[in-house]
Design a protein around this ligand. Structure first.
Ligand SMILES: CC(C)(COP(=O)(O)OP(=O)(O)OC[C@H]1O[C@@H](n2cnc3c(N)ncnc32)[C@H](O)[C@@H]1OP(=O)(O)O)[C@@H](O)C(=O)NCCC(=O)NCCS
Length: 162
C-alpha cells in the first residue's frame, strides 16, 4: 500500500479492490468467518484483553477490510438496557472502536461508526451511546468530531469483600 493511498480519505460504501488476483471488498462489513483472530488482535490492542468470547451481552461487530485484505479496524456495539443521556431504551451502545495506528486519519473510524449508526437506525433507535476514558484525548476528539455530545463523567469504585 503506497503512501498516497494511506492519506486518501475513505468514506461511504465499501468498494471493490484487487487483492492479489482476486477481487475483495474494501471497506466496512460485518465480521465474517475467518476474521476472528484478526479482530481479537485489534480488541487486545484497544483493551489489552478480548471480548468476543467474554462478553455477556450479544455484541455486533463490524470490521474495516483494507485493500490488501487485512483488517485494520473494528467497531462493536450492543443493546444495553439503558445508557447515560440516551433516550433509546434499550440503548444501542458503541462498545469498542479501534483503528490500527498507521491507518488512522483516513476516515476509517468514521465509516465504522457510520455502520453502527445505520444498524441502530434500522432498529428504530434515535440515539447512540458511547464512552471513553477521561485521559483519552484522541478518543474524546474523535467522538466530538463525529457528533457525540458529552453527557456525564463518572468515577468507578470497587470495594474488595473479605
Ligand atoms: C478513535 C479512532 C477509532 C478514530 O479512527 P480514525 O480512523 O483515525 O478516525 P477518522 O479518520 O474517521 O476520523 C474521525 C473523526 O475524528 C477526527 N479525528 C481523528 N483523529 C483526530 C485527532 N488526532 N485529532 C483531532 N480530531 C481527530 C477526524 O477529524 C474525524 O472528524 P471529521 O470527520 O470531522 O474529519 C482511532 O483514533 C483509534 O483507534 N484510537 C485509539 C482507540 C480509541 O481511542 N478508541 C475510541 C474510544 S474507546
Amino acid at each position: 500500500m503506497g503512501g498516497r493511498y494511506r492519506r486518501r480519505r475513505v468514506r461511504g460504501s465499501p468498494i471493490l479492490g484487487l487483492v492479489g488476483r482476486t477481487v475483495a471488498l474494501v471497506g466496512v462489513r460485518r465480521i465474517g468467518p475467518g476474521d476472528e483472530s484478526e479482530v481479537l488482535a485489534l480488541m487486545r490492542a484497544l483493551w489489552g484483553h478480548t471480548t468476543l468470547e467474554d462478553d455477556v451481552e450479544p455484541v455486533e461487530v463490524w470490521v474495516w477490510a483494507d485493500d490488501d485484505g487485512s483488517l485494520t479496524g473494528f467497531a462493536s456495539a450492543s443493546l444495553r438496557a439503558w445508557a447515560e443521556g440516551c433516550e433509546s431504551r434499550p440503548a444501542p451502545f458503541l462498545e469498542g472502536w479501534f483503528v490500527a495506528e498507521h491507518h488512522r486519519g483516513r476516515g476509517i473510524g468514521a465509516a465504522l461508526v457510520g455502520a453502527v449508526e445505520d444498524w441502530a437506525r434500522s432498529l428504530g433507535h434515535t440515539d447512540l451511546g458511547s464512552d471513553t476514558w477521561l485521559d483519552n484525548d484522541l478518543g474524546r476528539r474523535a467522538h466530538a468530531a463525529l457528533g457525540f455530545e458529552e453527557v456525564e463523567r463518572v468515577i468507578r469504585y470497587r470495594k474488595p469483600l473479605a
